[in-house]
Design a protein around this ligand. Structure first.
Ligand SMILES: Nc1ncnc2c1ncn2[C@@H]1O[C@H](COP(=O)(O)OP(=O)(O)O)[C@@H](O)[C@H]1O
Ligand SMILES: [Mg+2]
Length: 277
């Protein structure tokens, strides 16, 4: 690790305690969701996510994780309440939205090579070809794909396809990265490696990350805060700080604090699934 990145890590570390004073990136204000077919997907949620935080939405299938993430992204409107992004109402039309969404499927264009896939958001935004190509190269370097620009998606492993998808999300230089079970389809070793690399990106790029998973271990490894959710009806049941310091490496995964946090989350999820709202 070079001196510069060590410095970033340290500043992230020392700012942990002061997170309560960082300005909000995302505010969810009594936002709830009933889908047009009558499904009550989410009871009213109140949640503030501060700039630079890494938070995870954790809960069983059907508890409204994707619904909450889509409302933050502006892909679904709340039935009641509202959401703010950098203090601006999500209902406002905003150009150059400082936000990217990474889905579980890499959803790459099979006929285009990696470079062109990553360039797509810049092409859509009308960024000049020269500048776009420079930025694509930078971002491919960042996700460890600089040798693969000319390759077609089908020639890549699932983990590398997901790296392409992350690169495509980051190429617009978002301040907020929303990730909906991005590594859920990958084998455990690949997933662990991508988790680690994601933390490095988060720290180096000063991102705010909202990450959805149903894996307790992934939530503990990645998060500063875990928003615990329960189903039927979907709701937030707890907000738990994972106070272990960063950077976190593979040794953290087998440490006593890791196990304790995992047990705490396990108990919380169990209790939440038994109680009625
Ligand atoms: N477009 C939709 N129309 C109707 N019901 C939906 C729609 N999307 C999700 N749901 C329902 O809302 C609830 C929450 O879903 P979702 O947000 O996808 O949960 P999760 O991501 O935690 O699995 C589930 O009962 C799901 O079936
Ligand atoms: Mg989902």
């Amino acid at each position: 690790m070079n001196a510069a990145s060590r410095l970033t890590l340290m500043s992230h570390d020392s700012s942990l305690a002061s997170f309560s004073s960082a300005p909000p990136a995302i505010e969810v204000l009594s936002a709830e969701k009933i889908y047009p077919n009558g499904t009550r997907a989410l009871l009213p949620v109140d949640l503030t996510i501060r700039q630079g935080e890494f938070i995870t939405l954790l809960g069983p299938s059907g508890c409204g994780k994707s619904t909450l993430l889509k409302m933050i992204a502006g892909l679904e409107a709340p039935s009641d309440g509202k959401l703010m992004l950098f203090r601006r109402d999500r209902r406002e039309k905003q150009r150059d939205l400082p936000l990217s969404f990474v889905f579980q499927e890499a959803t790459l264009m099979p006929w285009n090579n990696v470079h062109k896939n990553v360039r797509l958001p810049l092409d859509l935004a009308g960024v000049s070809r020269g500048e776009a190509d420079t930025r694509v190269k930078e971002i491919l370097e960042l996700v460890g794909l600089s040798q693969f620009g000319h390759v077609l998606p089908r020639e890549l492993s699932g983990g590398m396809q997901m790296r392409v998808s992350i690169a495509r999300g980051l190429v617009t230089r978002p301040r907020v990265l929303l990730m909906d079970e991005p590594f859920g389809a990958l084998d455990e070793i690949t997933r662990n490696k991508l988790d680690s690399d994601l933390l490095t990106l988060w720290q180096e790029q000063n991102l705010t990350v909202v990450f959805v998973t149903h894996s307790i271990h992934e939530a503990v490894f990645l998060s500063q805060r875990v928003i615990m959710m329960a189903a039927r009806p979907g709701r937030v049941v707890d907000d738990i700080a994972i106070t272990a310091p960063f950077p976190r490496d593979e040794a953290f995964r087998v440490s006593a604090p890791f196990t304790q946090f995992a047990q705490q989350l396990q108990h919380g999820l169990l209790a939440a699934s038994q109680e009625n709202p």
